[in-house]
Design a protein around this ligand. Structure first.
Ligand code: PMP
Length: 384
């Protein structure tokens, strides 16, 4: 049975072109800090990757990019590094209510050190409530973090407007662009972003690399002292294979984004149109302001884990709620934040499309969802 992979937000296959490009760096020795020739070859590979990543987000220069080991690490360095370096009269940080756990947990951790952490509510589509943001942000809020687009419901945030509000108070805006980068154009200068997180694997690059964009002039300190690599912000010998691969993945993503997004949008819209024909099936997230590869749903009376396992029997991999909290069986904080009741939030299904998906796969996916929902509702004590 040929499988259909629909869970690209959790993990993506590495593009074969990326592997070909970065393969030489997997086996070779070569530390960018060493002065002999192949140390310098490794250094060159890192600098070339820095250029390509900077280009994907229209950064001022390659010097704004710091490579990390993951998006989680970039989020931690961005939040903690600016918080500790820019303490004001009162210690305050802010995020939207639907951030990834790798934003929420570092901010919660700051609370242990006396920081105040508030979360700005979102509307029923997951768009940040700008009036609440205006009321909640103060001159003491060092950093506000709002994601470019949400990984669970696909909603794209009005980052430019958010940036204006944040900068009115003279504070920093951090944006987690893990879900959005390579899918929709990002222009850090035009959007007014101070710090931005990227993940290699979410661009079809190797796992083990991420990046933090830091606008020139942003004051940030090291939260991980060591050998001083990456401007002293991310000490530790560089993972050249993953970094070179991330650079190449960023280059390909930029080159192919327009056509690929148009292609995926057609598949997304077809899935949304067909799946919402099922009785008591609803789209989650914004109907139009959403990522081109993202289709997310909820179904009354049934439960996401069972949907996931049933779909797997058809050879189709989907996600439910947040990939990272799927171990806990707790209702997703994102779905609760958009106003769903616990029992509604439990019946979620998230489809994130990628390069291997085609329009021809839609009928099989839709049929499998229809049969899954029907079977689970027959078993559900909640169903009529
Ligand atoms: N932010 C978002 C929006 C994510 O979806 C993820 C997971 N892919 C992360 C951060 C963390 O990524 P990682 O686990 O690779 O550090």
């Amino acid at each position: 049975m040929e499988g259909i992979y629909l869970d690209h937000a959790s993990s993506m296959p590495v593009d074969p072109r990326v592997i070909d490009f970065a393969k030489p760096f997997l086996a070779e020795a070569g530390n960018p800090s060493s002065l002999y020739e192949f140390g310098q070859t490794a250094k060159q590979a890192v600098e070339e990757a820095r250029n390509k990543v900077a280009d994907l987000i229209n950064a001022e220069s390659e010097k704004t990019i710091v490579f990390t080991g993951s998006a989680t690490e970039a989020n931690n360095i961005g939040i903690r590094g600016t918080a500790f370096r820019n303490i004001k009269e009162c210690k305050e940080v802010l995020s939207s209510a639907i951030e990834h756990i790798s934003i929420i947990n570092p901010m919660k951790d700051l609370v242990k050190n006396g920081w105040r952490f508030n979360q700005v509510p979102v509307d029923k589509f997951g768009i940040v409530d700008l009036d609440s943001l205006k009321k909640m942000i103060t001159k003491n809020t060092v950093v506000t973090s709002v994601m470019y687009a949400n990984n669970e419901i696909g909603t794209i945030e009005p980052i430019k407007k958010i940036s204006e509000i944040v900068h009115n108070k003279g504070n920093y805006l951090h944006v987690d662009a893990t879900a959005a980068a390579g899918r929709i154009p990002i222009d850090v200068q035009n959007d007014g972003i101070d710090l931005l997180t990227l993940s290699s694997n979410d661009l079809y690059g190797p796992r083990g690399a991420g990046a933090l964009y830091i606008k020139p002039g942003v004051k940030i300190q090291s939260v991980m002292p060591g050998g001083g690599q990456e401007r002293g912000l991310r000490s530790g010998t560089e993972n050249i294979f993953a970094i070179a691969g991330m650079g190449e993945a960023a280059r390909i993503a930029k080159q192919e984004m327009k056509n690929e997004s148009e292609r995926l949008k057609k598949i997304r819209d077809s899935l949304i149109s067909e799946i919402t024909k099922i009785d008591e099936a609803y789209v989650t997230g914004h109907p139009t302001q959403r990522l081109p590869h993202h289709a997310s749903f909820r179904f009354n009376y049934i439960e996401g884990e069972s949907i996931l396992l049933n779909m797997d029997m058809y050879g189709i991999q989907i996600a439910t709620g947040s990939a990272c909290s799927s171990k806990t069986l707790e209702a997703s904080h994102v779905l609760l934040a958009i106003g769903l009741k616990h029992e509604e939030a439990h019946g979620s299904m998230v489809i994130t499309l990628g390069r291997s998906n085609t329009l021809e796969q839609v009928p099989k996916i839709v049929k499998s969802v229809e049969e899954t929902v029907k079977r689970l509702r027959q078993l559900s004590p909640l169903s009529k």
